[in-house]
Design a binder for this molecule. Structure first.
Ligand SMILES: [Mn+2]
Length: 350
């Protein structure tokens, strides 16, 4: 039976924006949700996508809940009121179309299958036109850009494969992490293939030619290693390295300068393991290491990367089950991601 009486205008007489912060269904920073994978006609300039995969983890599992955790942590980034003061920009007011595409479905039962699902999903999300860009920038080719919420770090290999296929050239990687993730993969005695996991994916990426030769850089490294030879192997794969304690000597600006000198005007992929932060700022992660950056230091460095040709980015290894009740890790991840989104919305690819 339809209602006979007329209902009062529920949202006409009070401030909807104040409820938006804590009410409603979570998308990243309250972006509109698009079913991008099932609807190829959906177009956007920048899209957020979750990859809930964590069966490449070596220590604490749980990063499959990272995408939903980071979305929850991003609630205070609202559509009306997100002017990014240090970056002097508001992505929502940029005129670009921003969307949260939800998650790429990935199986927890077969890692090879999951890698293929991520690759296919990412490629499908890249294969879109822009609703706003071409009319405003006739001289520049448009490429949609994806911000990925991980997931453990293994997911970066299929992402880099998709970017290589789409752009037809290797990218330079800026890798924020406490670990180098270029470790030589071991081989099970009864298996042919060397083992892909969240500490070896960059080894595969370099060997497959997905990375530029010598223009990639790790930032925030501080884990124990097997021997100093690990750093030699790492350099041979094309990586420069800034250790975490380096910040005491050259400061955030010194680190920004070294990153920019390394990647230049190459196409850049920014990959950020939340364990680059000190565990006191980000306890909820798979392989925590003490002695990391503060959230303020990390955000200052990210904010200093304006003007780079960012083709894509991720924040990975957020495992919300180990977070504080105050969601410290999820909030840090969300705010770092919003800074990266702000960088992208200010600067298109050229
Ligand atoms: Mn790590």
């Amino acid at each position: 039976m339809p209602l006979k009486r007329e209902l009062p205008p529920l949202f006409g007489d009070f401030d909807v924006g104040s409820v938006e912060v804590f009410g409603g269904i979570s998308t990243f920073a309250h972006l509109p949700y698009g079913r991008c994978l099932s609807d190829p006609s959906l177009t956007y300039d920048i899209a957020v996508v979750g990859v809930p995969f964590d069966t490449g983890t070596s220590y604490r599992p749980g990063a499959r809940f990272g995408p939903s955790g980071i979305r929850e942590g991003s609630r205070r980034t609202i559509v009306a009121g997100s002017y990014n003061v240090p970056l002097k920009t508001d992505p929502y007011a940029s005129g670009l179309t921003l969307v949260d595409c939800g998650d790429i479905p990935v199986t927890p039962f077969d890692n090879d299958k999951a890698m293929d699902q991520i690759y296919q999903g990412y490629l499908s999300l890249l294969d879109r036109s822009s609703p706003t860009f071409n009319s405003r920038n006739a001289q520049t080719t448009f490429f949609p850009r994806l911000l990925t919420l991980g997931g453990d770090h293994t997911i970066v290999l299929p992402i880099l494969r998709a970017l290589y296929e789409y752009h037809g050239r290797p990218v330079s990687v800026i890798h924020f992490d406490s670990h180098i993730d270029t470790w030589k993969p071991f081989r099970f005695k009864d298996r042919q293939d060397p083992n892909l996991n969240h500490g070896t994916y960059f080894y595969f990426a370099a060997k497959e030619g997905l990375l530029t030769k010598n223009e990639n850089i790790h930032v925030g490294i501080r884990s124990k290693i097997q021997s100093p030879a690990d750093y030699v192997d790492d350099a041979e794969l094309g990586f420069h390295l800034i250790e975490a304690q380096c910040i005491d000597d050259i400061g955030t600006q010194g680190i920004i300068n070294r990153i920019k000198e390394t990647v230049g005007d190459n196409y850049v992929y920014l990959s950020l393991d939340i364990d680059v932060l000190d565990p006191s700022f980000a306890p909820a992660t798979g392989t925590p290491e003490t002695g990391g950056f503060t959230t303020r230091e990390l955000r200052r460095i990210i904010q200093g990367l304006e003007g780079l040709n960012l083709v894509g980015a991720d924040v990975v290894e957020v495992a919300p089950a180990y977070d504080t009740n105050a969601q410290l890790t999820a909030m840090a991840a969300a705010d770092v991601m919003f800074d990266i989104m702000s960088l992208m919305s200010k600067h298109s690819l050229n």
